[in-house]
Design a protein around this ligand. Structure first.
Ligand code: KG4
Ligand code: ZN
Length: 364
């Protein structure tokens, strides 16, 4: 079919989302609607996402979200060619809520069901927004993910490395908590860092001395905690300027590590001799100005184009799921009602599972 219209559902973490995407061969894709119901307020008092609360909220809100997405697109369920849903990886209760909802919609309407890997959703977004050609390099940096992926096709991804413990967004959030700044930590640490001295405290650059593209951010957080405790013991509190200097030093450490690992990942990617080399970033941390500037510098050095989708498509959303489902469906793929929810689902089938599980669920 020349034109495909797909409904997407996303519920793998703490955003309940539904979207409608349309694509006609030879034309840019169109996001006809994209609705996201966040859950920040539901989890605020717990300092992290509570899986049971998230799953219940998804189950309660998914149908309303779908209705709103269809209405905003000016279409009905009958106008959809396929129903795409995140089938993993993520918090199992939330993924199950989405998969059950999609199966119900599919069974009731007879419209084909397409299971989508959430990470493929992020990784294919540059094709939705920029019509990016394969192969390109993707850096996913969010509160739950941190990995380098070479996207070779919509079903073939090579993971060059990733975090072995915390994701960078998680490190920003924990830093904010340690310094008494509001959540989400990324924007508040970034704002505070503006008036800070990035050279004041020498924080570690974990795993830079180790070859390859794997990263670690939990030691950085521990070093920050020790430095904070020393200051507090000295001053009987945390002076404003010290806090700003800590934020600036922390942000620079994260950005240095990500820039150097990106340089290494790009070199490996360039070995594939892509005709128009491209680095794309996605995830909430991609909003960080210092990090973006550092990545742009590395790309300029290596003659690689840099792109970042608009923030609403960098963070969790259902348009990326609809798009990834549309690509699969165009290739003749769909799922039957045996589709299962998978808490872990590495995109790269050949590389071993990453260690650890963050506050927003498994890393891969
Ligand atoms: O992609 P996202 O919305 O959600 C998931 O992790 O699934 O990313 C949220 C993360 C949070 O940890 C938040 O602190 C971080 O992205 N973040 C930032 C910035 N804005 C959001 N980190 C650094 N600098 C920012 N400006
Ligand atoms: Zn995500």
């Amino acid at each position: 079919m020349k034109t495909l219209t797909v409904l997407g559902l996303e519920s793998s973490c703490d955003d309940t989302a539904a979207a409608v995407v349309r694509h006609t061969i030879g034309e840019p894709a169109q996001i006809l609607s994209s609705i996201v119901f966040g859950q920040t307020e539901l989890h605020a008092e717990f300092g992290g996402v509570v899986p049971e609360i998230a799953a219940r909220a998804h189950a309660e809100r998914l149908d309303i979200c779908v209705e709103q997405a269809l209405e905003a697109a000016g279409l009905g369920l009958k106008d959809m060619d396929a129903i795409a849903v995140t089938a993993g990886p993520g918090l199992i209760g939330g993924v199950l809520s989405g998969v059950m909802c999609a199966k119900g919609l599919s069974a009731g309407s007879g419209i084909p069901l397409v299971g989508v890997n959430h990470l493929a959703g992020h990784a294919l977004t540059p094709r939705l927004t920029d019509n990016a050609a394969f192969p390109y390099l993707m850096l996913l940096v969010s509160g739950g993910h941190c990995q380098f992926l070479i996207a070779k096709s919509n079903d073939d991804f090579a993971r060059l490395g990733g975090t072995i413990d915390d994701a960078p967004g998680e490190a920003f959030d924990k830093t904010a908590k340690l310094l008494g700044l509001p959540q989400p930590g990324g924007p508040s640490v970034e704002a505070e860092a503006k008036s800070g001295d990035p050279k004041r405290f020498s924080l570690p650059r974990p795993l830079l001395d180790r070859a390859g593209c794997d990263m670690s951010f939990s030691g950085l957080k521990t070093a920050l905690l020790r430095t904070r405790d020393k200051i507090v013991a000295q001053h009987n509190g945390l002076p404003r300027q010290d806090r700003a200097d800590l934020c600036a030093s922390f942000q620079t450490a994260v950005s240095d590590v990500l820039a150097e690992k990106t340089r290494r990942a790009l070199k490996k990617y360039l070995e594939l001799a892509p005709s128009a080399p491209l680095l794309a970033v996605a995830g909430g941390v991609a909003a960080n100005t210092q990090l973006r500037a550092a990545l742009e510098t590395v790309c300029a050095e290596l003659d690689v184009t840099f792109t970042a989708p608009p923030l609403a498509l960098c963070t969790d959303n259902a348009a990326m799921i609809a798009w990834a489902g549309l690509e699969r469906f165009r290739d003749g793929k769909s799922d039957d009602y045996g589709l299962s929810a998978r808490p872990r689902w590495p995109l790269d089938k050949t590389s071993p599972s990453m260690l650890g599980s963050g506050k927003k669920g498994p890393k891969a």
